[in-house]
Design a protein around this ligand. Structure first.
Ligand code: SF4
Length: 242
């Protein structure tokens, strides 16, 4: 079974980065099925290749890394981490130890648990028709409302989107930038060049197209960056520990 159809999400991996003293906890499964999602071209994308890591195993590891002074931050990544029913328990456990907890990748279709300090939200599209085509027919209504709710709660927000020529093009990126600016024009916005997924019709944007998208977003936002990664470059430089 592919990860984006997995109805029973589970944690599949924990990695550690020494320089930021961060534990990264990876969920398997997502409630959306984005056509441009890089998890379609990353390994593993099928449930058979993953081992489920229990809540207790993860909490034991978090405690060990707290006690030996190695960890100060816990970040949850996806698939979509907020659909994992064990996330709130692990997050609370880490917070009770005094660790900072944030969500490193989310579609924000669900709200993060209380106490989460930061969220990196991927905003796919503002136009409802593009959003539905992109995500497998899911509305963006709840996600956009949750974005504002997170802001009102004082959660530190960062955002990104994927520039896909002739799909999520410069005009749509501008709509996303306008939406973010309507909340706060200081919120950082990162534009990622699309990495082609087999069997989908879109192409990778050129550097000039990315520069144009960034210049357009900068009309609305103060902190805009862009990148044109390859699949080799998007892996987190962290060591697997579970
Ligand atoms: S929401 Fe994120 S993890 Fe889920 S399918 Fe879309 S891009 Fe992939």
């Amino acid at each position: 079974m592919k990860w984006w159809r997995c109805k029973t999400p589970f944690f599949r991996k924990v990695t550690y980065t020494e320089h930021s003293r961060t534990l990264f906890i990876y969920n398997f499964g997502c409630n959306w099925a984005c056509s441009v999602c890089t998890y379609r071209i990353r390994d593993p994308c099928s449930v058979e290749k993953c081992r489920e890591i229990s809540e207790n195993e993860i909490m034991k590891l978090v405690e060990e890394y707290y006690l030996n002074g190695k960890a100060k931050t816990v970040k949850f990544l996806g698939g979509e981490p907020l659909i994992n029913p064990n996330l709130p328990t692990i997050a609370e456990f880490a917070m009770d130890l005094g660790l900072s907890v944030s969500i490193g990748h989310t579609n924000l279709s669900l709200m993060p648990p209380e106490g989460v300090e930061g969220v990196v939200a991927g905003i796919k599209a503002i136009s409802e028709d593009i959003h539905r085509e992109y995500t497998g027919n899911f509305t963006n209504e709840e996600a956009l409302e949750n974005f504002e709710r997170c802001y009102q709660k004082g959660i530190t927000l960062k955002t990104n989107t994927v520039l896909v020529p002739k799909f999520v093009d410069v005009d749509e990126v501008e709509r996303i930038a306008e939406f973010i600016a309507s909340i706060d024009d200081n919120i950082p916005f990162h534009i990622i060049g699309y990495m082609p997924v087999p069997n989908f019709p879109w192409r990778r944007p050129t550097i000039n197209e990315l520069k144009t998208a960034a210049a357009t977003a900068k009309k609305h936002l103060k902190n805009v960056t862009w990148s044109r990664p390859s699949i080799e470059e998007i892996s987190y430089p962290s060591k697997r520990i579970l």
